[in-house]
Design a protein around this ligand. Structure first.
Ligand SMILES: NC(=O)c1ccc[n+]([C@@H]2O[C@H](COP(=O)([O-])OP(=O)(O)OC[C@H]3O[C@@H](n4cnc5c(N)ncnc54)[C@H](OP(=O)(O)O)[C@@H]3O)[C@@H](O)[C@H]2O)c1
Length: 261
């Protein structure tokens, strides 16, 4: 299948690790030009070096990041065709322990950051004939998790935001979609102090491997997803082949959310 991504100018946020890094790799393999964005300059530069991409250190939860990111993409590539809002993180925190600052942090990261980047990028894409935007939400946005309510609620808001932009820009050939991954084998789950360790400590002191075994056993697929498997779906949505998909929120979750809508 020809994805027609060769030469496409792409911004991928949160591309220094995990799903975003896999998306940057896949887009690079398709001949796209990619701007790798994360807060960590060294990790971003390393991904860019490995994939032939450009990189920029920016915190997408800050209002001043938007203009830098879009301006850098246009400066380096002359245009913007694809935006993947993937940057994100969370820690296991019970509802009663979440502070106002936690709630605002997740709101800025999962809603305001993607909203600002879409607001800046979509008109430019429309003016140049169209584009693709993919927002990386979560199964927790479809079915709230007690791991972190601020994460779940703002990932749900990100799905709504995605739909709003899809309806506003589809007539101008800017197609906006979301993906909702379930548990994925990235730093977020597997890293030191990641979700697997945190869940084990919060529950009964079991180690990360035991937690991961229990999570896998509960999934219809029987295992966690690999970041490359999620990246393949994202890159497809970025491609010319997804030309009638807009306003969708695709589960990429091993069957985690027991719903067909
Ligand atoms: N892994 C899962 O099971 C899972 C499931 C559902 C949804 N997701 C979503 O998938 C996305 C990627 O997660 P992942 O699993 O790939 O995690 P990861 O391996 O920890 O990667 C997260 C990426 O986001 C970047 N990032 C975090 N905060 C940022 C900020 N404020 N500004 C810019 N970049 C930021 C990180 O880089 P720096 O730390 O260097 O900034 C890193 O590149 C997230 O939105 C997450 O919510 C993941």
């Amino acid at each position: 299948m020809e994805l027609e991504l060769s030469g496409a100018a792409c911004v991928v946020t949160g591309a220094s690790h995990g799903i975003g890094r896999a998306v940057a790799h896949r887009l690079g393999e398709e001949g796209a030009r990619v701007l790798v964005v994360s807060r960590d300059p060294e990790a971003s530069e390393a991904v860019a070096a490995a994939t032939g991409a450009e990189w920029l250190a920016a915190d997408v939860s800050r209002a001043d990041a938007t203009e830098r990111i879009i301006a850098t993409c246009v400066e380096r590539f002359g245009r913007i065709d694809v935006l993947v809002n993937n940057a994100g993180t969370m820690s296991v925190t019970p509802l009663e322990a979440l502070t106002e600052a936690d709630w605002y942090h997740h709101w800025e990261l999962n809603v305001m950051g993607p909203m600002r980047l879409m607001s800046a990028a979509a008109p430019l894409m429309a003016a140049s004939g169209g584009g693709r935007i993919v927002n990386v939400s979560s199964s927790a946005g479809k079915r709230p998790s007690q791991d972190n309510a601020a994460y779940s609620v703002t990932k749900a808001a990100q799905l709504s935001l995605s739909r709003v932009f899809a309806e506003r820009y589809s007539r101008e050939n800017v197609l906006v979609n979301a993906v909702a991954p379930g548990p994925v084998r990235t730093r977020l789950w597997l890293g030191a102090g990641g979700i697997a360790e945190q869940r084990g400590e919060a529950a009964d002191g079991s180690d990360a491997e035991a937690v991961l075994g229990r999570v896998a056993a509960r999934l219809p697929l029987g295992r966690l997803s690999e970041p490359e498997e999620v990246a393949d779906v994202i890159v497809f949505l970025c491609s010319a082949r997804a030309s009638t998909v807009t306003g969708a929120a695709w589960s990429v979750d091993g069957g985690s959310v027991a719903s067909i809508v």
